[in-house]
Design a protein around this ligand. Structure first.
Ligand code: C2E
Ligand code: MG
Ligand code: MG
Length: 703
């Protein structure tokens, strides 16, 4: 095997021939190929040689022709700091040689004792030592550069806990410069507390030294900078050992996790909140209800869940756009927040549904009060994008423990009660009752069969006359839908219209009603009966449908009914949704020649200025007012006020639900032109109505 023998190149800078020869002889004795000597006599020659590479060591005499004393050494050292330098000199220059060692020379060799053994040993040692020093220097340098360029902060202490080192990041994060911090106790420079309790966190170094292993720091640790600024940190501490394995200090490595911690908080928040309103979502509400139940169970207390659904929100969203819809939802959220206590939780369940946990109520009546407050507050106009939007809601309430012992049941039952509130005419609240569950199931099955009822031709229309209150003559007719349901018999609109509205089939059903009513009106005319305006009820959902006007036009031309014989009855809720575009649609219908009437007048937000903007021909006073007509003049005053309101708008006023002669007499006395009601005739099937009409044509008037 070939062993590589390293040849050391020695530069000998020596002015005298004799010592130069001695050196060369001594090195030659060490064996051929061990040392190769280049000899120069002057400093300048030496420096020139050193500027090239390849010299492993320099043997230097300090008294040269062109340089004397320690300067000689300094110049050589400056020219090649990486090359070990050994000083050659006699006893006389011992002091100078020592000085050179102080300046960085590796060794000095007295010329008079120069023998091969000691010279080669000195050279080899010097070369080796220099190599080790260089490697150490490199390593230290590498460590320093690493420590200062990593993103982590590094801080070292001695065994008694005083700072020995801080890297650049540690300086920035603690606010202490290394010079100032060195020697200070760790706790003074590295102030950490628990983010939640705000108490001092355990000294990490102490733990590392005590347990003699690397320890992670307490979670949720916060570092307080010298100026008081706080940052969330994550860190670890490790003991430093000496060669004997004894702990001599510790290293703490830490980094700023404020951003990561903020991000994780944000993500938790996002998972539990609704984006549009920033209210808790379904998930968080369930959690809160579960907690509230646990507390209520222990303290024997009552809690309530309110379920709120906005009526016809979908149509605002569809007609005015999602941005407006979102703003309306935000406005509703704000109103709700103002209606409850800080300890209650309002959540958005999605779409137009909100659920509210009332965790501090004494009796269910408190929930009722809160619901009333909510409905009232919601019904105030919402000013959005320069227009006033109106919306009402329906509320269901469930109470713990009566209506459920877990979050899911309470929410489900409040939801069921909410549906019941919708059926009761919206804008009201209902407490959950057990039988509602049966109704909810029924509602579901009805919804299923409602979808096929049109195809199966299960709908029919009944007709109720409108009568001139003075003469008793029939002045018009209103078509009222009925559903011949195979299992349940003849169903009234109150049993299915709101379901049809909620699931959207009302649009198709409405088309059918319109076509059938127009067809019937035309058929009666063709049969020679006196032509009468045919009134058709249109729900807000149908009316908001984009194809509504076109549908009316198509049906009129298809059935051949003149537009002046068609009257559409709309409730005020239609106008509340989007007054501007509703006004435009009404004008279009009006221009077509169709008559327009406000149905159930007085039950909503009737305002004169509001109604004046719309081209109505008739106002139908809701039957609840007619009911109130009695001998008591105070109670009847409201009816006469409404009649006067209608008259001032130059509308025909029609009273609904007249059942007694007394009511008729009162209305007549207050100049109400027309009326409808069981007193004259209930709604009748088509053939019976035709018969009624024929009789009246023959001169019989209804009294
Ligand atoms: P509405 O348009 O106000 O109709 C008047 C309601 O009062 C009818 O109930 C009628 O049968 C009832 N009624 C008439 N005279 C009297 C009376 O003297 N006393 C009492 N207590 N009630 C009387 P009906 O037929 O059950 O309809 C209820 C509601 O359903 C209607 O109120 C209307 O808003 C809606 N509706 C009826 N047919 C349709 C339809 O084809 N489409 C739509 N969208 N809604 C309809
Ligand atoms: Mg009507
Ligand atoms: Mg009505």
């Amino acid at each position: 095997m070939n062993k590589t023998i390293s040849i050391h190149k020695i530069l000998l800078i020596e002015s005298d021939q004799t010592p130069a020869n001695e050196v060369r002889a001594a090195l030659a004795e060490a064996g051929s190929g061990s040392f190769e000597v280049e000899w120069v006599r002057t400093l300048s020659e030496g420096l020139e040689r050193l500027s090239g590479k390849g010299i492993d060591a320099v043997l230097l005499e300090l008294s040269l022709p062109d340089s004397q004393g320690i300067v000689t050494f300094d110049k050589v050292f400056a020219a090649a700091p990486e090359v070990p330098i050994l000083i050659l000199g006699g006893n006389a220059s011992e002091a100078l040689a020592m000085e050179a060692v102080g300046h960085g020379a590796q060794d000095h060799l007295p010329l008079n004792h120069l023998d091969s053994y000691s010279l080669t040993r000195a050279l080899r040692n010097a070369i080796e030592r220099k190599a080790i020093e260089d490697a150490l220097y490199d390593e230290k340098e590498r460590a320093l550069v690493t420590l200062n360029s990593i993103g982590d902060a590094v801080l070292c202490t001695d065994v008694s806990g005083n700072i020995t080192y801080l890297n650049f990041v540690a300086e920035t994060m603690t606010g202490w410069r290394r010079e100032e911090a060195t020697g200070k106790p760790l706790a003074e420079v590295f102030r950490i507390i628990d983010g939640t309790s705000r108490k001092s966190a355990r000294d990490p170094m102490e733990m590392a030294v005590e347990q003699n292993r690397t320890v992670g720091l307490t979670v949720n640790c916060v570092l307080i900078r010298r100026d008081g600024f706080e940052s969330a940190i994550e860190d670890s501490a490790a003991p430093i050992h000496d060669r004997a394995g004894l702990v001599t200090g510790a290293v703490i490595v830490f980094h700023d996790v404020s951003a990561a911690r903020a991000m994780s908080l944000q993500m938790t928040h996002a998972a539990q909140h609704d984006v549009v309103t920033n209210l808790p979502n379904r998930l968080l509400l369930n959690d809160r209800i579960t907690q509230a139940i646990a507390l209520a169970r222990r303290q024997k207390k009552t809690i309530a869940v309110i379920f709120l659904d906005l009526d016809r929100f979908k149509y605002i969203n569809d007609s005015l756009g999602h941005a407006t819809g979102d703003q309306l939802i935000q406005s509703v959220a704000k109103r709700l927040l103002a209606c409850v206590r800080a300890s209650d939780t309002i959540s958005r369940q999605g779409g137009d549904e909100f659920a509210i946990l009332l965790s501090e109520i004494a009796t269910p009546e408190d929930a009722a009060k809160c619901a009333t407050h909510i409905l009232l507050s919601l019904s105030e106009p919402h000013s959005i994008g320069g227009q006033d939007l109106r919306i009402v809601g329906s509320i269901g309430i469930s109470v713990y423990p009566e209506d459920g012992e877990d979050a899911e049941t309470l929410i489900k039952n409040a939801d069921t009660a909410m549906y019941h509130a919708k059926e009761c005419g919206r804008n009201n609240f209902q407490f959950f009752k057990l039988e509602m569950n049966l109704k909810a199931v029924e509602r579901q099955t009805l919804e299923g069969s409602l979808r096929c009822a049109l195809e199966r031709k299960e709908f029919l229309l009944h007709y109720q006359p409108k009568v001139n209150l003075n003469t008793g003559e029939i002045t018009g007719v209103e078509a009222l839908i009925r559903w011949q349901q195979p299992d349940r018999g003849l169903l009234q609109p109150s049993q299915f219209v709101s379901i049809a509205e909620d699931c959207g089939v009302i649009v198709q059903i409405g088309r059918w009603v319109l076509r059938e009513a127009c067809r019937q009106a035309r058929a009666w005319q063709e049969a020679g009966l006196p032509p009468l305006p045919m009134a058709v009820n249109v729900s807000a959902v149908e009316f908001s449908d984009n194809g509504f006007v076109a549908g009316v036009r198509a049906i009129l031309s298809e059935t051949g009914l003149e537009s002046r014989y068609l009257e559409l009855e709309l409730t005020e809720s239609v106008l509340m949704e989007d007054a501007e575009s509703m006004a435009a649609v009404l004008q279009e219908l009006k221009a077509m020649g169709v008559h327009l009437a406000v149905d159930d007048f007085g039950t909503r937000y009737s305002s004169l200025s509001y109604l004046r903007r719309f081209p109505f021909d008739a106002l139908k006073i809701d039957q609840s007012f007619v009911n109130q007509i009695s001998s008591d003049p105070d109670e009847s005053a409201m009816v006469s006020a409404i009649i006067n309101m209608g008259k001032s708008l130059k509308h025909i006023v029609i009273a609904e639900g007249i059942e007694t002669q007394q009511q008729r007499a009162y209305l007549r006395a207050h100049c109400c032109a027309e009326g409808q009601g069981f007193l004259f005739s209930p709604p009748l099937p088509a053939t019976e109505f035709a018969h009624l009409l024929q009789t009246s044509m023959a001169g019989t008037v209804i009294h």
